[in-house]
Design a protein around this ligand. Structure first.
Ligand code: NAP
Ligand code: ZN
Length: 352
């Protein structure tokens, strides 16, 4: 075991502050990674504030961070896929049983014995797992991804959550040329959804509550932009969408979005507001519409997404910050003031 520098929160109302955390010495199947960049996901903020208490109560101290890219420092004797000096990436999961039907089908993220990257029981050291707001991490090789070398590292980090979380449902719902696709909320997930849906050749409509993001939405790849609080703009799109991806982090009018679906269209929720959303059954039954959810993606699919992004030269639009600005970044996330993902330059942790 060794001590690593990190940032943690002591309670749901505490700011993140410098600390040291235990990390295990790499086992035979482990990869030890020096973390270079870590994205800030709204899930980090939800969990710091214990907003998902009923599903996933937060254990403090909390070290968030599940959009990790870095360089391999050391590998265990049974690791063939990586060697010291390689680029590597870690997303939202660090372990699963590997034997259940979900794991065997490539759905590690649905394994009943899944270990998430932070705030989950740590089977090696006891306590809970600690995430990527840290100088290093030790992860079983099955959960370490290969990072294509042409991707900018700061912009690639958010692919590990925002990228896979939007890529997976777009693929699942066969988004392709000729499909009209909506992406709701232009934050970290939403801006990746726009880029990926565009790369899949769909007709992309971005929905935002922030009129000042309109030009950016078009630059990111949207064919059209709708200010969702403007009912005239919404009305123009009634019953026209094949698929809508909803990435919104707070309470919002989901019925108004469902009514934009054509017959048998699908709205998939990836956003995870803390309170239940109100849905009128009529919005669904009148046009035999579908409402679904989607959660990250499996390891093979995450690698597929990274390779797809490398092929299409897609990374997140990031604002790179030192870790010392992390609390300010959280305040800005709460105001939807993010363009379009914060990526922490972990070199800044060296001065702590
Ligand atoms: P984010 O960067 O903060 O973006 C959320 C966006 O939602 C905001 O930028 C804003 O976009 C829009 N929004 C915020 N409040 C709103 C409101 N009251 N009404 C309508 N729109 C609103 O967050 P993120 O990191 O993309 O995460 C989004 C959500 O997905 C979070 O709940 C997060 O926990 C969840 N998540 C789920 C998964 C999964 O596997 N399912 C994975 C990662 C994250 P505009 O300014 O354009 O309106
Ligand atoms: Zn995330």
């Amino acid at each position: 075991m060794y001590q690593a520098k990190a940032y943690s929160a002591a309670s749901s109302t505490s700011p993140l502050a410098s600390t040291k955390i235990p990390r295990r010495d790499p086992t035979d199947t482990d990869v030890q990674i020096e973390i270079l960049f870590c994205g800030i996901c709204h899930s980090d903020l939800h969990q710091l504030r214990n907003e998902w208490a009923s599903v996933m109560p937060t254990v403090y101290p909390l070290v968030p961070g599940h959009e990790i890219v870095g360089r391999v420092m050391k590998v265990g004797s049974a690791v063939a896929k990586f060697k010291p000096g390689d680029l590597a990436a870690v997303g939202c999961m660090v372990d699963s049983d590997g034997t259940c039907p979900e794991c065997r089908a490539g759905f590690e993220h649905f394994c009943p014995n899944l270990t998430l990257t932070y705030n989950f029981p740590d089977h090696h050291l006891g306590g809970v797992t600690y995430g990527g707001y840290s100088e290093s991490i030790v992860v079983d090789q099955r959960f370490v991804l290969r990072l294509p070398s042409n991707l900018d590292l700061a912009g690639a980090a958010p692919l590990l959550c925002a990228g896979i979380t939007t890529y997976s449902p777009l693929r699942q719902h066969r988004v392709t040329k000729g499909k009209k696709v909506g992406v709701v909320g232009l934050g970290g997930l939403g801006h990746m959804g726009v880029k990926l849906a565009r790369a899949l050749d769909a007709h992309v409509v971005a929905f935002t509550t922030s009129p000042k993001k309109k030009d950016d939405a078009l630059r990111l790849g949207a064919d059209e932009v709708v200010v969702s609080r403007n009912s005239d703009e919404m009305q123009k799109h009634v019953e026209s969408f094949d698929f809508i991806l909803d990435t919104v982090s707070a309470d919002h009018d989901i019925d108004a979005l469902i009514n934009l679906l054509r017959r048998e269209g699908n709205l998939t929720l990836v956003g995870a507001p803390s309170k239940p959303l109100a849905i009128s059954s009529f919005s669904l039954l009148m046009r035999r519409r579908n409402l679904s959810g989607s959660n990250i993606g499996g390891i093979a699919e995450t690698q597929e997404m990274l390779d797809f992004c490398a092929q299409h030269n897609i990374t997140a639009d990031v604002e790179v910050i030192p870790i010392q600005k992390v609390n300010e970044a959280y305040q800005r996330l709460l105001k939807s003031d993010v363009k379009y993902r914060f990526s922490i330059d972990m070199a800044s942790l060296k001065v702590e």
